[in-house]
Design a protein around this ligand. Structure first.
Ligand SMILES: CCCCCC/C=C\CC(=O)SCCNC(=O)CCNC(=O)[C@H](O)C(C)(C)COP(=O)(O)OP(=O)(O)OC[C@H]1O[C@@H](n2cnc3c(N)ncnc32)[C@H](O)[C@@H]1OP(=O)(O)O
Length: 281
């Protein structure tokens, strides 16, 4: 009896491992030569940030932190989308428990990426609205391929970006630019993003974007890693601490807001518009 229980537990553990491999929504590849890890999001069709993708992102960031990589490059397996931002289906007519877990996981993933001790860069190889822009601006450097768009478009959906979304944006853009863009819900083309400083460089392909991210991370080769990481932490400490201190209030505020009938109606209309557009293509 005891033995069969143990065997069934072992079998279940083995199948869980297989399941987690089969459903992995991110991959981490460490380059032997450079020691830099490339973290690739892979949730077709648009890398919508749902609970599971956020969980995988967080555990991949933890993996990179733990495996002594020299840096982290965030990118996407799609040829046209970096990330479409939060999966609106998580917020539209939400399940009570799941939406709590979803937002809590988003907070955790942001804390891990924005506060990462290793140098981070985003190879933005496709559109990057809202939550996609949040991921990109949480990194220290951004290289983007032409003919795509990036920005925090929340006001266009009738929703409000939380303070920590703004903090990431403000770590990249001057206050005046950030405030105007957020109020407008403005999406920038690659060229506009470069001009305003939302991205650091452009590249003609994903491969070139990754090469440029590698070169950025290489600029720290001769800098003491602990000194570099503690300096980064000091720059970001206030933003990180603010969310740490207000996590529960931030969650309750989100839940209150997302459950407002007007917000639900707006999300429904927005989703419908996306679906109609997709059908026409
Ligand atoms: C409420 C309280 C406060 C919350 C504060 C935080 C809030 C928000 C942060 C967010 O991230 S909200 C999400 C914002 N994202 C967007 O507005 C992007 C919307 N998507 C697009 O603009 C386009 O899809 C795209 C990314 C430019 C890609 O265009 P493409 O033509 O390649 O693909 P589509 O045909 O449009 O889409 C394919 C397929 O995916 C569905 N989809 C797209 N984006 C999302 C999404 N964010 N969530 C869920 N689903 C999405 C789209 O409907 C299509 O579905 P099907 O019709 O094929 O079923």
């Amino acid at each position: 009896m005891m033995r069969s229980k143990v065997l069934s537990l072992v079998a279940r553990a083995a199948s869980n491992r297989m399941m987690s491999t089969a459903t992995k929504l991110t991959t981490v590849e460490v380059n032997d030569k450079t020691g830099i890890a490339t973290l690739t999001m892979n949730r077709p069709p648009v890398n919508g940030l749902n609970l599971e993708l956020l969980q995988d992102l967080k555990s991949s960031i933890d993996e990179v932190e733990g495996n002594k990589s020299r840096g982290l490059i965030l990118t996407s397996s799609s040829s046209t989308i970096f990330s479409a931002g939060l999966d609106i289906l998580e917020m539209y007519k939400p399940d009570k428990d799941r939406i709590r877990a979803f937002w809590t996981q988003l907070q955790e993933t942001w804390l891990a990426l924005y506060g990462s001790s290793v140098p981070t860069a985003a190879a933005i190889n496709g559109h990057s609205p809202a939550g996609g822009c949040l991921l990109a601006t949480s990194c220290e450097y951004r290289v983007m391929v032409p003919n795509f768009t990036i920005g925090l478009n929340e006001t266009q959906l009738g929703i409000v970006a939380p303070k920590w979304f703004m903090a990431s944006f403000l770590s990249v853009l001057p206050q005046r630019e950030a405030e105007r863009a957020l109020n407008q819900g403005r999406m920038f083309t690659t060229e506009e993003a470069l001009k305003v400083g939302l991205i650091d460089e452009t590249a003609n392909s994903k491969e070139e974007a990754i090469e440029k991210c590698v070169a950025f991370i290489g600029t720290f080769a001769k800098v003491n890693p602990l000194a570099r990481s503690l300096t980064k932490q000091q720059f970001r400490a206030a933003d990180l601490q603010q969310l740490q201190n207000e996590r529960q209030q931030d969650l309750e505020k989100f839940l209150f807001f997302v459950n407002q009938p007007a917000v639900q109606k707006g999300l429904g209309i927005y989703l419908e518009g996306l679906k109609k557009k997709a059908k026409k293509q």
